[in-house]
Design a protein around this ligand. Structure first.
Ligand code: SD4
Length: 318
């Protein structure tokens, strides 16, 4: 069996490429890397890689991670600037004996030495978003920190290797140096080839509080189906946060076990995700949480059309 699951519609083209690798007996790590690079390279996705929205100093700082569920190799970068493909740097770091999670300048120095492609990741479009947001925040007293869509993926290959990967520009308008859940093992991602893997998107500060990706894998190890595991973990964390803190941030999780069965749960409206396996071509779904149960519906052609139209629509500076 092979399979892939990923957060958000934006992963569709990447999952399509990754699945081709898996179909031909390729490694789950190659599938994830090619899939995430595809998302990083597409300038109209404003929360991952090139075109990602900047921090409050108008700098694009990126987080990414790679975990091998067979060897437990983990590599991650946080708050890295000016490199095209943070996922590839994270994968490279996962092969090191130590120094597996590097931040900021240290991560950049490593990437430079290893010959990774340097790139100015701040696009003209992202600058317009930044200037508009600064204006809106002033005029409408809005919170600056909205707009976030991390790409998180889990892949399974025919040799039963499982990999998890993440890549994100984090929260729009975050403080310089802020690190979210995405490069943090157990929170933004976790995978064990003997069980399955999970990955998160949403408010990093809250996702971290539940070590939620690890929690889902733990529940799968106890025998829960990925769908049940995702629902239990998301509902519990959402509830605990509301009890203890009066509110819960966005929590959306995807998971797949080592049989290619999958699950998704969210506490928001309109979470989209992409799944493919041996029996199913890459498909975009939308999910809704109704009283703790998530109902998945295949995205309509109209929804898919409007998605790309709004992402690529011309943007004017206010
Ligand atoms: C973060 N979890 O940095 C990321 C942002 C994100 O969907 O997922 N967004 O907190």
């Amino acid at each position: 069996m092979y399979g892939m699951i990923a957060t958000w519609r934006m992963a569709f083209e990447g999952v399509t490429k990754g699945t081709e690798i898996l179909k031909h007996g390729g490694h789950a790590g190659d599938a994830i890397e090619i899939a995430i690079k595809e998302v990083e390279n597409f300038e109209f996705y404003k929360s991952v890689g090139y075109g990602g929205l900047p921090n409050e100093d108008m700098e694009v700082e990126l987080d990414a991670a790679y975990m091998d569920g067979t060897t437990f190799d983990i590599g991650a970068v946080a708050a890295i600037k000016d490199f095209a493909n943070p996922i590839s740097i994270a994968r490279r770091l996962s092969k090191e004996e130590v120094n597996n999670l590097l931040v900021g300048e240290g991560a950049e120095k490593f990437a430079h030495k290893e010959g990774f492609e340097r790139k100015n990741m701040l696009t003209e479009r992202a600058k317009i978003h930044y200037h508009n947001r600064v204006k809106e925040v002033k005029e409408l007293q809005l919170k600056p920190y909205s707009g976030h869509d991390t790409v998180g993926m889990v892949s399974l290959d025919v040799n039963e290797n499982m990999i998890a990967g993440t890549s994100t520009s984090g929260l729009f308008m975050k403080k310089k140096g802020r690190v979210g859940d995405s490069p943090i093992c157990g929170s933004g991602f976790y995978v064990d080839s003997k069980v399955g893997g999970a990955s998160a998107t949403g408010l990093g500060e809250d996702l971290i509080k539940g070590c939620i990706s690890y929690e889902i894998v733990r529940l799968m190890k106890e025998g829960h189906h990925p769908q049940e595991a995702c629902e239990i973990a998301v509902n519990n964390l959402d509830e605990e946060l509301k009890i203890r803190r009066g509110k819960a941030g966005d929590l959306s999780l995807i998971a797949m076990n080592n049989k290619g069965e999958w699950g998704v749960s969210t506490n928001i409206e309109g979470f989209s995700f992409v799944v493919a396996n041996q029996f199913q071509e890459p498909t975009v779904y939308l999910t809704k949480n109704i009283n703790g149960k998530c109902i998945h519906e295949e995205a309509s052609q109209e929804w898919l059309y409007n998605y790309m139209k709004t992402r690529t629509a011309p943007l004017v500076r206010k």
